[in-house]
Design a protein around this ligand. Structure first.
Ligand code: TYD
Length: 212
């Protein structure tokens, strides 16, 4: 049985480590798992990611951000996500369409309906079965980012108000579509958050994986 799960949230919510832990736990239980991320996940997508995140690209228009993220997504869906789902795998994806709606829509102010049309064009209407929102207040997320020692991206330079709108965008999306979304409080320790995310994913899976 295939399952498409996406992970969303503001900066510093801990998505990438939760995805890594979850992939290991599910693989150990015998499920076939593909863990991937956006923007990126393909050769072309990772090249687009470099353009998007470069700190010196501070003049990038919101429209350019939306188009580049969505272009990387088109490549990702065709090369990685659809083939994995067709092979009956579980796809765990760090960010997807909802990031474009939250960052370029709620955050930068682009029209949601236009962004949705673009997503249909790029993905052929592929939506996740389950979206896990790792929610964390902006100040906590940003403090974690600074403490992590990871190289800072263009988005780290954005004002607090931008990141507050992004977080509010995610929460509004989650509340408007509760069957697809699960909100997890990501202010707790990584282990606890990963265990809750695992439980949420296991709820959607048959108890025993079908061996390929
Ligand atoms: P990344 O380092 O992966 O951030 P994080 O660790 O917080 O996930 O960088 C991805 C950045 O790109 C992040 O700031 C969110 C942004 N983004 C968009 O603005 N729109 C999108 O559609 C996607 C997928 C990401």
């Amino acid at each position: 049985m295939s399952l498409f799960v996406t992970f969303e949230g503001p900066e510093g919510a801990g998505k990438s480590s939760v995805v890594r832990r979850l992939a290991a736990e599910l693989t150990a239980r015998g499920y076939a798992v593909v863990a991937t991320r956006e923007p990126g996940g393909t050769k072309i997508g990772e090249a687009i990611r470099q353009i998007l995140l470069a700190p010196d690209h501070c003049g990038m228009l919101p429209q350019t951000e939306a188009l580049l993220n969505t272009a990387a997504r088109a490549q990702h869906v065709a090369e990685v996500i659809r083939p994995a789902l067709a092979a009956g795998k579980i796809v765990l994806c760090d960010r997807y369409i909802d990031s474009t709606l939250a960052y370029q829509g709620a955050g930068r102010g682009l029209d949601q309906e236009e962004l949705l049309q673009l997503q249909r064009f790029a993905t052929g209407g592929l939506w996740p079965d389950l979206t896990v929102l790792l929610d964390v207040p902006v100040e906590i997320g940003q403090a974690r980012r600074r403490a992590s020692g990871e190289p800072l991206s263009r988005f780290d330079a954005d004002a607090l108000g931008f990141h507050e709108r992004v977080r509010a965008g995610f929460l509004a999306a989650a509340r408007s579509e509760p069957r697809r979304w699960r909100i997890i409080d990501a202010t707790r320790g990584e282990e606890e958050v990963a265990q809750e995310a695992l439980a949420v994913v296991l709820e959607r899976l048959p108890p025993r994986p079908v061996r390929q």
